[in-house]
Design a protein around this ligand. Structure first.
Ligand SMILES: [Zn+2]
Length: 260
């Protein structure tokens, strides 16, 4: 949008009189032909194009976005991002999503996960508290039956994956581990969601939380503190194999292999 408005400004800015006179003195056939060709080619290509994937059905169940959460998000980003912030909180807490990280909640219900993510302040997570008071969160929550809830705007930065929060959409899955293995319905819902998101944003990488440390060599990864790392098992290697198989045609990258 910005590009086309810049072009318009440029055209308007050109002194009109001499330019029109000069254009009128040349043959009008060339620009007219060019215009016709552009239309014809657009008409020929458009029907054959593949329409972008639609988003699957989603239940809106937004986490509160409060001034506290915004403030804590900015503090977190200031402490952890290597790129400078702009100083405008609304801008600094937004992102262009370039990665999708899949998780499991390790809890039994969507409701318990929602209520864990809803407060702005982190609680009961000693392993994360030193790195900031911002609560963890996710953009989407997929229930055991495949129901997808939207918890946050896709371009809002949430805390869910060290080093990648400023570029990554987080999808949480209810359950996980030996007790509550993730379901086929969750595989299908995650695949549909990834497909829809990849059609709406310049997504390059699909990863499981358990794979995030393999992203440390990626230019997408930003974390100031080399000691701030966690070991994550979610959402399981098998789940990643199944979701990746279902969206293989999208050509999304996986994280680079673990260095030896
Ligand atoms: Zn996780």
């Amino acid at each position: 949008m910005g590009g086309s408005s810049r072009v318009e400004v440029g055209v308007v800015g050109i002194p009109a009189q001499p330019r029109s006179a000069s254009a009128a003195s040349r043959s009008p056939a060339v620009p007219l032909l060019a215009l016709l060709c552009a239309c014809a080619s657009a008409g020929a290509v458009e029907p054959a194009g593949v329409p972008p994937a639609a988003m699957p059905p989603i239940v809106e169940h937004l986490l509160p976005w409060s001034t506290d959460r915004e403030r804590l998000t900015v503090s977190y980003l200031r402490a952890h991002r290597t790129a400078p912030l702009t100083g405008n909180a609304e801008v600094d807490t937004r992102m262009v999503p370039r990665a999708i990280v899949l998780h499991w909640t390790a809890g039994p219900t969507a409701s318990s996960a929602w209520h864990t993510f809803a407060p702005a302040l982190l609680a009961g997570r000693a392993d994360l508290a030193d790195a900031g008071a911002l609560n963890v969160g996710a953009h989407f929550l997929v229930d055991r039956d495949g129901t997808i809830e939207r918890l946050a705007d896709e371009t809002r930065i949430l805390r869910h994956c060290i080093g990648l929060n400023h570029v990554a959409i987080g999808i949480e899955n209810v359950g996980g581990g030996v007790e509550l293995p993730l379901t086929e319905a969750q595989v299908a819902a995650n695949a549909a969601l990834v497909r829809g998101l990849a059609a709406r944003h310049p997504i390059e990488v699909l990863l499981g939380h358990l794979e995030y440390r393999r992203m440390e060599s990626s230019p997408l990864f930003e974390e100031r503190d080399p000691a701030y790392r966690t070991q994550k098992p979610d959402p399981g290697a098998d789940f990643m194999v199944r979701v990746r198989a279902a969206v293989a045609d999208l050509g999304l990258a996986a994280p680079p292999p673990q260095p030896p």
